[in-house]
Design a protein around this ligand. Sequence first.
Ligand SMILES: Cc1ncc(C[n+]2csc(CCOP(=O)(O)OP(=O)(O)O)c2C)c(N)n1
Ligand SMILES: [Mg+2]
Length: 376
Amino acid sequence: MARIPDRQICLDLLGRMCLIRRFEEEAGRQYQRAKAGGFLHLAIGEEATIVGTTSVMRDDDFLIGTYRTHGHALARGTPADEVMAELFGKETGTSGGRGGSMHIFDAERRFMGGYGIVGGNLPLAAGLGLASQYKGEDSVTVCMFGDGASNTGNFGETMNLAALWELPVVFLVENNLYGMGTAIERHSAVTDLSRKAEGYGIEGERIDGMDVLEVRERVGAHLEEVREKGRPSLVEAFTYRYRGHSAADPEVYRDKSEVEEWQQKDPIETFIKACLDDGVLNDDDVESARREADETVEAAVKFADESPEPALESLYEELYVVSETMGWYAVDERSPEPHRGELGEDAPDVAKNLAESGAAHAAEEQERQSREGVRD
Ligand SMILES: Cc1ncc(C[n+]2csc(CCOP(=O)(O)OP(=O)(O)O)c2C)c(N)n1
Ligand SMILES: [Mg+2]
């Protein structure tokens, strides 16, 4: 672990990581209660990568992420009330309730979303970098994406262009070892993802994404270098998600023992231990960080619950529509087919069955955890 920073910084890092953890646990619960709709991807276990990174960004830097970004917005300072309200599909949410979990957005804090297309945020990050370069500003864009996304065409095309045009972007792979249920050894020919930088003539570095101080130190160095030299770089943060890919993932692709092994390296617990051992924080500090996170999340649920639904007549406002078609499509992540979803009763049986078995699995899991007294 890198050198422990001063007390105020430690309190800040701990507070943000605790908030994300509590928020995500509660988001999972609210999803099971059908208060939060659509899809839900939790980043429990990945808090150090998120918070370490945002803690060294400037206010005028840009952050762009994927569909697993409740924590990224929270770490950037978006109020928990607004993130929770977005999950609930409420008017007071970050995207007016139109986006849901995968499309959190906060332009004021330069958190530029929130995208459901794997690898889709990479070219947008290059665009943000190009805008900064064009305007002569020295803000840097941090683009966070998964190990799976590093195999997409978007990755190669964006990295090439960013390197060629010397765009100020730190590309940060959150390598949690899986793309949905596919382990990295089965989806990527090169498993040391930092080496993918070599093909584009830029610097790549692998870091411990479970260690908030290492992330802070190394991403901080990359930000400084990119800001100064105006060339992109690639950071691979080695991390792990403790929950399934999305809320209804039966996790048949990994052993419980693997999850337990990574839980031994819990980013919050290891940071707390380091701070207590050092003496920079004490037990009261830790207790109050946890209590504050509990209170903030409790208030966020209340806020989201009591917020109004968007007005029905505003349904088609602020949408980008390429045709006259007034309908919507849903894609079930557990089956490859796109489902026409204008009316519930039109949904194919297969989608319905999958959704129902997914919900049943989630409920069983919750029951198991409360039976076994797991504090999630
Ligand atoms: C272009 C595209 N292909 C497939 C999907 C379906 N999909 C959603 S998440 C995901 C896995 C991506 O894994 P990774 O990039 O490692 O991110 P993680 O979920 O682990 O954070 C896939 C294949 C998608 N959303 N977009
Ligand atoms: Mg992944």
